[in-house]
Design a protein around this ligand. Sequence first.
Ligand code: BG6
Length: 457
Amino acid sequence: MKKFPEGFLWGSAMSAPQTEGHGSKNGKSPSTWDYWFQTNPEKFNQNQGPENTSNMYETYADDCLRMKEIGLNSIRTSIAWTRLLPDGKTLNPEAVAFYRDYFQKMKDSGVEPIMNLFHFDMPMWLMEKGGWEVRESVEAFAFYAKTAFEQFGDIVTKWTTFNEPIVHVECGYLYGFHYPAVVDFKKAVQVGYNTLMAHVRAVEEFRKVLPNGEIGIILNISPAYSRSNSPEDERAKEASDLLNSNSFLDPAVHGKLPDALIQLVKENQLTPETQPEDKELMKKNTVDFIGLNYYQPRRVQAPENPAVPAIMPEDLYVPYDWPEKKINPYRGWEIYPEALYDVAMMMKENYNNIPWYVSENGMGVAEEERFMKEDGMIEDDYRIEFMQEHLDYLHKGIEEGSNCFGYHTWTFVDCWSWLNGYRNRYGFYRVDLENQFERTMKKSGLWYKELSKNNGY
Ligand code: BG6
């Protein structure tokens, strides 16, 4: 039997905009998602927008019992900035009451909440002022963070600032998937930098408000594997890792940006605007733990005719179609559990063996109702196999001394996922959109319960 360390967190992850619903109700102001759906509904799979995500605003009490039902001892979700502070300054009392009761009910179910502050949901009022492109957003975020710590810090002691900050940089400022769909490498670097400073300022506020709590950040880790060990391919791998992983991981843990990243950005005339105090702020405000979302690696190779200086990241590295890769046929993503071992070793060797956890890992499946049995249960053996394969490699990393304290799946109940709407299902519970968001446990929920009970498999 593979046993995990005592007190290991067996949980699941989700986010406010993807699960709460009530997108325009109970005092919430619009985020960029609400605005984008209103103006461009055709971009969203089956016109499924952010207004009515899995309805947890109404069902949270029962959902907390469901968490217990499948053995979760922790949950990560987020607070909606636009619900807590609709205009950025004034506290919404309904939001405070809702979140306090929700978090308390989690705890009453034996579920430790890990609370995240930002999961791609930029307030529209702030976006109109320039969003993450402008420094003003850093202070607006620090105020929001401080408010959240003050309002909920007596219930929640483990916090994170951002989920996958590189994703809103890539999707919003390089590839047009998220609003404002700008395509501009230099702006993308500025947005990344301002997000990093917002994280740093939130950590600074945290230390003042909750000196006994713990704070971290959640990063998407897609370790790069190069086509060959030629110097060109190795450079491509390094550029991918610097931009996508080390850009946040290094300052979060070591309190400084990697010199190689500063050099890369300079060579390509992408250096962002900074403020004199930033270096000191970064140095002082490192984190207590790291969350890493892992789905798939990046296979990279050197581009053939890159623009110099780079106009897009593709001038530094391009995807490589590794012929041996195993694919999740229901989502198209590569399945490569071995990377979790590499990540575990990287955290041990390059990041002071800081406490970390797998903050998301999961298998998305389109048209999952095809696996439904007569009794209504989805028999998702493919998901059980996926989790077990990943846990095999995580366990190996832990046995070799990596300081991993938990494993969270994406996700608890099927949820709305940005432009993909409800296409890819990941939950332990199926959500029936035709039937008032009714939840039905999948087979993987039963498996997870045993896993958590035995602290291993
Ligand atoms: C994660 C994000 O990276 O991927 C989630 O944190 C998202 O917000 C999840 O829903 C699944 O994405 P997709 O594209 O398969 O629906």
